[in-house]
Design a protein around this ligand. Structure first.
Ligand code: SF4
Length: 366
C-alpha cells in the first residue's frame, strides 16, 4: 500500500543497513527522542540489526509517560467531583496516580469519558450546560494545536462550562536538559518528525551548535528511522554536528504557520515538571492570561496535593536512557501493561511497554 509498504521495503532496508555498517567505525550512542520512534525501533528489531558499535537510547518522548504525577493526581481529584464530566484520550485512563487511576475513578462513579478529539469534549460541554466539562490536554507540540484551537473556540462561542487541564511539554528544552545532565551519554539525536511538522526546525541549529551534537529530523516508518540513523552516523564519523531533515515529505523548515500562530495566541511558555526527570525550565506551555478562565487548575483550585511515586519503579532512569526497561527488577513481574507501576508501561509509546510487547521473552530468558 502506497505510503505504508514503501517505507518498510525490506530490500531498501537492507541497503540502508549495509550503508550504516559500512559507515560505522567508532562506538556511538544515539537517542531517538520520540516514543513513536521507540515503538517502531523495538517492534521492527531495528536496534538489533545495527552494528554492535551503535546503541539506541530511548528518550523521554512519550507524552503519557512524562506527564507528572501531580497533574495525574489533579486529574483524579477533579474527575471525582460530582458535577464534572472528565474527558480524556483513552491512554491516560490507566496511568497510575499516587493511589489510583482514572479507570478507578470511573468505577467509583466518576463521569470519565474517552473522546477522540478535544472538540468532542467541547461539544459535550455545549450539550451539558449545567455540568463542568474538563479535557485533559497533555502531550508535546503535536497535540497542542488542537487543544489550543478548542480553547479558542470555547472562548469564541462563549462556552463557560469548558476547561482544559494542561500539561504540554516541549522537545527542544528536553534535548538541552539531557545534554546538560552530568550522566549524559547521548552523542546524537533523532528528532521527532511530527513535532517538527508543527514547529519547523529553527529551534534545533542552536542546540547542534551549543552541544556539538548532530540532530536529524526523522519519521516513524522503518526506512525513515534507518535513514535518520544513517545520516546521523555519517555526521558522527566525520565530526560534524548539524541539523538535517530526513523527513522532507512531512517537515518544512518553517513548520505549520497557522498552528504556530494559534499556539502563540492561546499558550505561554512555562517551567514544567517531567515525570521521572524533574522540572525543566521553560519546557512547557500553560494557558495565556487572556484564556485563564478556561484553565481547569485555576477553575477547580486543586493545589498542594501530596504525591507518591512507586518506590520500585525506575521509569525516570528509563526516560533518561540510563537503563533499558528490562534492567528494572519489576519488569514483567510486578509491572506489566495490565498492572503498570509506571507510566512507561502504560502507553504503547512507552519504552517499558514496547519491550514488554516485543522483547519480554528474549530479555527475561537472556
Ligand atoms: S518496568 Fe514498570 S516499574 Fe520498571 S521502570 Fe518500567 S514502568 Fe517502572
Amino acid at each position: 500500500m502506497k505510503y505504508l509498504d514503501e517505507f518498510s521495503d525490506p530490500d531498501l532496508a537492507r541497503k540502508l543497513l549495509d550503508q550504516i555498517h559500512a559507515a560505522t567505525d567508532k562506538r556511538w550512542s544515539i537517542m531517538e527522542v520520540c516514543g513513536g520512534q521507540t515503538h517502531s525501533i523495538i517492534r521492527h528489531g531495528i536496534d538489533q540489526l545495527l552494528p554492535d558499535e551503535i546503541e539506541m537510547i530511548h528518550g523521554p518522548g512519550c507524552p503519557v509517560c512524562v506527564t507528572p504525577l501531580e497533574i495525574i493526581d489533579k486529574a483524579l481529584e477533579i474527575a471525582a467531583r460530582p458535577n464534572v464530566i472528565f474527558c480524556s484520550f483513552g491512554d491516560m485512563l490507566r496511568v497510575p496516580g499516587s493511589s489510583k487511576d482514572l479507570f478507578r475513578v470511573k468505577s467509583e462513579g466518576g463521569d470519565v469519558r474517552v473522546v477522540y478529539s478535544p472538540l468532542d469534549a467541547l461539544n459535550i460541554a455545549r450539550d451539558n450546560p449545567d455540568r463542568q466539562v474538563v479535557f485533559f490536554g497533555i502531550g508535546f507540540e503535536t497535540t497542542a494545536p488542537a487543544n489550543a484551537m478548542t480553547v479558542y473556540q470555547a472562548k469564541r462561542l462563549g462556552v463557560q462550562n469548558f476547561s482544559l487541564l494542561v500539561s504540554h511539554v516541549l522537545v527542544p528544552p528536553a534535548v538541552a536538559a539531557i545534554m546538560e545532565s552530568p550522566d549524559c551519554r547521548v552523542q546524537a539525536f533523532l528528532a521527532a518528525g511530527h513535532v517538527c511538522c508543527v514547529m519547523g526546525t529553527a529551534e534545533y541549529p542552536p542546540l547542534t551548535e551549543k552541544y556539538r551534537v548532530p540532530i536529524v529530523v526523522t519519521g516513524f516508518e522503518p526506512l525513515d528511522i534507518l535513514e535518520g540513523i544513517r545520516r546521523t552516523v555519517i555526521q558522527l564519523e566525520s565530526g560534524r554536528h548539524e541539523l538535517e531533515n530526513a523527513y522532507p515529505r512531512a517537515v518544512r523548515a518553517e513548520g505549520n504557520e497557522p498552528a504556530k500562530a494559534m499556539l502563540a495566541d492561546v499558550f505561554e511558555v512555562t517551567d514544567r515538571a517531567w515525570r521521572g526527570i524533574g522540572t525543566i525550565p521553560r519546557s512547557g506551555w500553560r494557558l495565556a492570561p487572556k484564556y485563564r478562565e478556561f484553565d481547569a487548575e485555576y477553575r477547580f483550585a486543586v493545589e498542594d496535593l501530596h504525591t507518591a511515586e512507586s518506590a520500585i519503579c525506575r521509569s525516570g532512569e528509563v526516560l533518561q536512557g540510563h537503563i533499558k526497561p528490562h534492567e528494572c527488577a519489576a519488569f514483567g513481574k510486578e509491572c506489566t501493561p495490565r498492572n503498570p507501576l509506571g507510566a512507561t508501561m502504560v502507553s504503547s509509546e512507552g519504552a517499558c511497554a514496547a519491550y514488554y510487547l516485543y522483547r519480554r521473552l528474549e530479555v527475561t530468558h537472556a
